[in-house]
Structures are given as C-alpha cells and as structure tokens.
Design a protein. Structure first.
Length: 202
C-alpha cells in the first residue's frame, strides 16, 4: 500500500512539475527585455514550489539542484545581479535539465542526470554569495568578475559543443513532454468513458 501511495504522490508531483517548468520558460523569455519584478517573482515562486514539492516526495538531489537555482533567482529578484543574455540562457539550460530529469523519473524514480547537472552546477554556485558574505550587504553583491567567470563558458567557443547538447536535449525533452501530455489526455478520456459506462449500467 505504501508503494502505491508513493507512486501516486510521485505521479502528482511530475504533473505539477511539468506545468511549472512550462511557465518557467515563459518568464525567462519575458526577462530578455530587461528586469521585470512580476516575472522575477513568478520565477522565484516556481523554483521555491518545485524545490519544496521535490523534497516532499523524497527527491533530495533534484531539490538540492533547484535550491541553487532559487538562490540565483533571489539575487536577480533583489537586483543584486543584472539581467543578461548569458544569465537567461543559463536559467533556460537549467530548465532543460529539470524537464529531462522529471520526465525520466516516471520510468526510474532514482534517475539523476549527473553529467547534465554538473555541466551547469558550477556556474550556478559561483553566482551565489558565500555564507560568510550574507551578513555583509557590500560583499553580498555579486562582483562583476564572478559573474564573468560564471558565465564565461557560455560566450566562448569552448562551450559550443555543450550548447549543442542542450539544444538536442531540449528537443528530446519537448518530444517526451508532448507524448506525456497525450498519454495523460488518453487516461482522462479512458476514465470518463469508464465512468460513463458504469453510470449506464446502473
């Protein structure tokens, strides 16, 4: 019974996560035009809710990854870092990793895309203030050279193969996400048909 409940909770989480990550891209793209409090707040809520939900169903690795992203979004939300094209690209790459992660969890609840996570994790952690800096507002502001170091690979040719991987991964994730939605739609229709048949039989 416990296994069935865990499976049910995981399925609910996966549906919620896909919906949140769909909106994630919309908010990121909206920020390409510059800082926007509404979209920053929405992006932060998305990360915060997704982090909490993932930990509730026991996905600690996913929750930890999202926590790092949440910290970066908080810096953006508080205008301690600027909206830049490389930063938006990094947030979108993070979304791609999370979509890939979530989709695979339906087949393997222990799935962790370690290589994909490691490929952007370092950039994300560089953008967070250290624990010692949090009490000092001046140190808590991210230095330009740190931002440059964190995002340098995105602007260089050395990371071009990595960007191609993310583009291919995004296409693959989009296809799987589309199939998942169609599968969900079929299940809903099947339930309605089954419910209708039972009503007639009564």
């Amino acid at each position: 019974m416990a296994a069935e409940e865990d499976s049910m909770f995981l399925e609910c989480f996966l549906e919620e996560a896909i919906e949140i990550l769909d909106n994630w891209e919309k908010h990121c793209l909206a920020l390409e035009g510059g800082f926007n409090k509404e979209h920053c707040d929405a992006l932060f809520r998305s990360a915060h809710n997704l982090k909490g939900s993932s930990r509730v169903v026991g996905l600690e690795e996913l929750g930890g990854f999202i926590h790092v992203i949440e910290d970066v979004i908080m810096l953006l939300k508080d205008q301690k870092i600027d909206v830049t094209a490389p930063l938006i690209r990094l947030l979108l790459q993070s979304q791609t990793v999370m979509i890939n992660w979530v989709i695979h969890l339906s087949d393997n609840p222990k799935y962790v895309p370690k290589e994909l996570v490691d490929s952007i994790y370092h950039k994300l952690t560089l953008m967070r203030p250290s624990a010692a800096d949090i009490t000092d507002p001046k140190k808590n502001m991210m230095k330009p050279e740190i931002e440059s170091e964190a995002l340098e690979a995105d602007a260089s040719g050395s990371d071009s193969s990595g960007l191609v991987i993310f583009e291919d991964l995004k296409k693959n994730s989009d296809n799987k996400k589309s199939k998942a939605k169609k599968s969900k739609s079929k299940k809903v229709k099947a339930k309605k048909t089954s419910s209708g048949s039972k009503s007639k039989s009564k």
